[in-house]
Design a protein. Structure first.
Length: 202
């Protein structure tokens, strides 16, 4: 399969093609020079030369370059690992953090999944700031069954949107600073992705 990526971060109309077999997740570095994507391992390519410059032995379900830091955050359903992008060595494994991950627009916070919900992290200290459980259709909390795992921050970082399973409610809004729940009036439908007004990945 041939992929075509628009180098939008470089503000160019040129496209780049790579001969690969698809991807679960991908992200460009802030300067647009690197592309990270995951198959059964994580590949790092130089966008200009198209060469693979590093292979990371981790099967990620989501990944993002950490804003304003030389780090790549990667996560799957078992772990969340931060990689130093200068040496490409693992820097830290965050406790009780799994797929998915998303960063606030200013890069000061990261949202990760947990086994029962979501956790908010300070990206300077990498200490948890808050945690929440996913509303479950039976009135309890998430118990491991598959639900919508798309997440995102509002453009100002004040609100977080996550998946939920409570009645007909498919999404839940949370305070972007302390993960206090924000009531939603009515069902949000069967959409499979976060609203375009939110920034994030699934």
């Amino acid at each position: 399969m041939e992929w075509y990526y628009l180098k939008h971060l470089c503000r160019s109309d040129a496209s780049v093609s790579f001969e690969d077999q698809g991807s679960v997740a991908l992200d460009f570095s802030e300067d647009g020079k690197l592309l990270a994507y995951t198959l059964n391992k994580i590949l790092i390519r130089d966008v200009r030369s198209k060469e693979v410059i590093e292979k990371l032995e981790f099967a990620a379900s989501s990944l993002e370059f950490v804003p304003k830091q030389n780090l790549l955050a990667t996560a799957n359903h078992d772990a969340c690992i931060l990689w130093n992008t200068s040496t490409w060595s693992p820097l830290k494994t965050l406790p009780n953090a799994i797929h998915p991950i998303a960063f606030s627009p200013d890069g000061t916070k990261m949202l990760s999944g947990t086994k029962t919900g979501y956790r908010l992290w300070d990206t300077k200290s990498w200490k948890p700031l808050a945690e929440c459980s996913i509303p479950h259709r039976n009135g309890g909390t998430f118990n491991g069954e598959k639900i919508n795992r798309h997440v995102g921050f509002s453009s100002d970082g004040s609100i977080v949107m996550t998946g939920a399973e409570k009645g007909n409610q498919k999404f839940q809004l949370w305070n972007g600073h302390n993960l206090d729940p924000i009531p939603i009036e009515g069902a949000l439908g069967e959409n499979s992705s976060v609203s375009a007004s939110f920034l994030g990945k699934g």
